[in-house]
Design a protein around this ligand. Structure first.
Ligand SMILES: Cc1cc2nc3c(=O)[nH]c(=O)nc-3n(C[C@H](O)[C@H](O)[C@H](O)COP(=O)(O)OP(=O)(O)OC[C@H]3O[C@@H](n4cnc5c(N)ncnc54)[C@H](O)[C@@H]3O)c2cc1C
Length: 552
């Protein structure tokens, strides 16, 4: 065990100190509060919510109590089988059981503590619904809408999504309205009215509801305060040093410290040090710099899953920024809709473009040992005018002139020349792609075979909702960058979310939850909401256990 370098002069004291105000942190805070502890949440940013607040706000909870409402049966055994397969031997089976057993309990707890009700998403399939134990829907849960005015003076302190911020629709509505395939059919008048009223959705709604409950329970939330060092005495973590308005403070945590500070996706050095592939375009808000990971390492925490992220392809509109850094938009749908394909510099397809974003990214990192380079980077998404006529592309709506941030050309060869892709290769790939689109069967990469692919496709596009010819000039290209909605590696924990040292012994007083914790699903992504679902589950376990510890 490591010891703090200097004796602390406490600025304040609490029972349970939570570092980070995302989904994992606020769940930990609510759970510790319910168990009778005085709780303080430290947040580095000036706003509450982290990546959770800009997310889709969906939680993946297998075997949850809302599934019968949408007619989907589930069981512990099916969920375990499914998650174990996706974890691919990279996670501890006991922790997978912990997730499967406790996620439904966490959900019931959050619904009670935050006085909210989630809705099971009947048609949002697991990310591999055809695998044994996979489900066609029901495990992913929608947090609904939230009236941000209910936060009073905290309304302006809730982090808001730069992407989903203006369109207050539930995930259920977005699905029913065909948000991806029929953007012009959205009820814009209703959305405008909701916006005027201050209604918000997705991650903003989730964090808004958690924040409202946190404030109602008089849990202290201290913004613009960055934890920097764990304070250890006699082998136990008893507090944290932090920086506030340029000054150092020290907060005593009598019962425990919960690290819930998110991943390390914005730290170039940690990403280069640990990740299996280059992560150049993270999708989360800047701020997840691995502070919690470094604090855990500094007290001897064991680490796991460090090569992994919740990978996600990123698209960029030049000049767009969020919190002073480039805005990297995760591409969840463009690549799944007809009239698009992704190619490498040889102009060749290399993956089912409609695959879930996490698994899709893995072939981007494949390495050619002879050429000593990654065969599929850089990669480009190619589309034609038919796509722009029918579907939205980030800020572009159908029927408008092509945006100037798209590379465009009258022929595929001319487009290839502009993006330095092999022209003959691109033409041959498009010809082959058009044959597959006509047949409605992608015998090369199986695009459009899985129910998951269809979720992001166009149901009116026949015979395959994900395949459409690329033939109508002009042709367009955008670079697809390696991104991630968060990293997955971090401190190893036990089923109480206590951080373990390299001998497998719990470090007294220290907990981790969310993306700062070693992800329990290994390299896999079970379904929409699996990152927040797992983060909030381990947050719930951490808060409950920390509150029970004997105070120092
Ligand atoms: C566009 C987008 C959509 C997504 N949609 C979904 C979805 O629908 N469902 C899903 O499950 N996942 C989704 N994700 C991923 C998900 O948002 C994250 O994996 C998850 O929110 C991480 O939760 P967390 O609590 O671990 O961290 P975060 O929510 O990122 O919270 C961590 C907080 O800790 C703070 N912090 C960092 N360092 C310090 C420090 N030193 N001191 C104090 N505070 C600190 C950060 O500022 C941040 O506020 C999405 C992500 C993006 C970007």
């Amino acid at each position: 065990m490591f010891w703090s370098k200097k004796k602390a002069q406490w600025t304040s004291e609490t029972d349970v100190l939570v570092i980070g105000s995302g989904g994992a942190g606020l769940s930990a805070a609510l759970a510790a509060n319910e168990s009778g502890a005085k709780v303080t949440v430290l947040e580095k940013a000036a706003k509450v919510g982290g990546a959770t607040a800009v997310s889709g706000g969906v939680l993946w909870v297998p075997n949850n109590h809302h599934m019968p409402e949408v007619g989907v049966a589930d069981s512990r055994a099916e969920a375990l089988k499914y998650v174990l397969r996706l974890a691919d031997g990279r996670s501890d089976e006991q922790l997978i059981e912990t997730l499967v057993d406790n996620a439904p309990l966490m959900l019931q707890f959050i619904e009670r503590a935050a006085e909210m009700t989630f809705a099971a998403l009947k048609r949002y399939p697991d990310y591999h619904p055809e695998f044994e134990g996979g489900k066609p829907g029901g495990r992913s849960l929608d947090p609904g809408l939230f009236d941000s005015n209910e936060l009073g003076e905290w309304k302006s302190k809730l982090r808001r999504s730069p992407v989903f911020g203006m369109t207050a629709m539930t995930v259920t509505e977005a699905t029913d309205w065909g948000v991806f395939s029929k953007p012009m059919a959205l009820p814009f008048k209703l959305l405008g009215e909701r916006f005027q009223k201050g209604l918000i959705c997705y991650g903003g709604a989730l964090v808004g509801k958690l924040l409202k409950a946190t404030l109602a329970k008089k849990i202290d939330i201290v913004l613009s305060t960055a934890a920097s060092e764990l304070i250890v005495e006699e082998g136990r973590v008893i507090g944290v040093r932090a920086t506030q308005s340029g000054k150092e403070i020290a907060i005593k945590a009598r019962r425990g410290v919960v690290l819930a500070s998110g991943g390390f996706e914005w730290s170039k050095s940690l990403a280069a040090q640990f990740l299996a592939g280059p992560l150049t375009h993270p999708n989360s808000p800047p701020g997840n710099d691995g502070d919690g990971l470094k604090m855990a390492m500094s007290v001897g925490a064991d680490l796991a899953n460090m090569t992994e992220a919740w990978w996600c392809p990123s698209l960029v509109i030049p000049g767009e920024e969020y919190d002073g850094r480039p805005l990297n938009r995760g591409d969840f749908a463009t690549r799944s809709l007809p009239h698009t394909m992704i190619v490498n510099r040889r102009g060749v397809r290399f993956v089912n473009e409609a695959q879930n974003y996490n698994d899709l990214m893995k072939p981007f990192f494949s390495f050619d040992p002879g050429a000593y380079e990654r065969s599929n980077l850089p990669a480009w998404i190619i589309l034609d005018q038919q796509y722009l006529d029918k579907y939205a592309l980030m800020t572009h709506m159908p029927g408008r002139p092509a945006p100037d941030w798209l590379v465009s050309a009258p022929t595929l060869e001319a487009l290839a020349a502009k993006i330095e892709v092999d022209g003959a290769g691109l033409r041959a790939t498009a010809a082959r792609f058009n044959e597959l689109a006509d047949a409605g069967v992608d015998s090369d990469f199986r695009r459009g075979e899985s129910l998951y692919d269809h979720f992001y496709g166009d149901p009116d596009n026949k015979p395959n909702p994900n395949l459409g010819r690329i033939e109508k000039a002009p042709f367009y290209a955008m670079q697809v960058h390696p991104g991630a909605i968060g990293t997955k590696g971090g401190a190893k924990v036990n089923p109480n979310a206590q951080v373990l040292d390299v001998d497998g012994t719990a470090i007294a007083g220290l907990y981790a939850a969310g993306n700062v914790m070693a992800g329990v699903t290994g390299s896999g992504y079970p379904g929409a909401g699996a990152t927040i679902g797992a983060g909030m589950t381990f947050g719930f376990l951490a808060g409950r256990d920390a509150a029970k510890q004997k105070p120092v």
